[in-house]
Design a protein around this ligand. Structure first.
Ligand code: ATP
Length: 237
């Protein structure tokens, strides 16, 4: 069995003269939660887009659960659950219907009982299971997104700025959902500015500056103040 959920080796991409991501190497084990920190324009979204196969790196290699994302982007994407800043659901379908539909697109046929169980695991209150998702908050849409990843039996969950626009309670729910995914063996890569949340859920963190990984640490070695200091130092130096 392959023990690496995500392997980026010396990945680089430029847009004209701009080195958006330069020589980036990151490795995630199953169940590991990794926070990719960095200011606007550091290259976080570009990194996620390369893992998803939406952008092709000029150099380097990317593998998701052992599947080469450059030669088999669809195969790699089948192993990924992706939560963009705004999770898009069909507004006229219920949570159960959205989950069933997106699971089917990913090749998994699930019944209503399974759909309810997965939505429960992802933390969506049962009173919302049959409601049209058009009225859902960002946090609720994220929970459906995580349920979809669980249904797909994804190896990797990618989150782009997951806490922006969430209130404290929804952000706390998100931490719990990330822990659930992690406990199922799903590796989580989250691109974020939110240092507090990072300290709360991440096992490891990397600081990206101008496309380069300038720091990588075990989150447990840093208290929130030390993390903030390190972050500011690394962006300044
Ligand atoms: P943010 O937090 O603002 O989303 P980010 O860390 O996700 O920032 P990216 O969106 O990955 O940063 O952008 C990295 C750099 O690459 C930026 O300078 C951005 O302007 C540039 N860039 C991203 N996509 C393109 C593109 N398609 N064409 C040209 N430049 C791009």
């Amino acid at each position: 069995m392959n023990m690496t959920a995500l392997q980026l080796d010396s990945v680089s991409i430029s847009f004209g003269p701009l080195h958006a991501v330069a020589d980036l190497s990151i490795q995630l084990r199953p169940g590991e939660v990794y926070a990719l920190l960095g200011p606007n324009g550091a290259g976080k979204t570009t990194t996620l887009n390369m893992i998803l196969g939406f952008l092709r790196p000029e150099r380097g290699s990317i593998a998701v659960a052992g599947v080469d994302a450059l030669t088999d982007p669809l195969g790699a994407r089948a192993r990924i659950g992706y939560l963009p800043e705004t999770v898009m659901l069909h507004p006229t379908l219920s949570a159960i219907e959205n989950l069933t539909y997106f699971a089917l697109l990913a090749g998994r046929k699930i019944d209503v009982t399974t759909a309810r169980r997965l939505l429960d695991e992802a933390g969506l209150q049962s009173s919302a299971h049959e409601r049209h998702s058009g009225s859902f908050s960002k946090g609720m849409r994220q929970k459906v997104g995580v349920a979809i990843a669980l249904a797909k039996q994804a190896n990797l969950l990618l989150l782009d700025e997951p806490t922006s626009g969430l209130d404290a309670s929804a952000a706390n729910d998100l931490s719990n959902v990330i822990r659930t995914a992690s406990s199922r063996g799903i590796a989580v890569l989250m691109a974020t500015h939110d240092l507090f949340r990072v300290k709360d859920v991440a096992h490891r963190l990397g600081i990206l500056r101008s496309g380069q990984l300038v720091e990588e640490r075990d989150a447990a070695t840093l208290d929130p103040v030390a993390l903030e200091q390190l972050y500011l130092q690394r962006l300044a130096s």
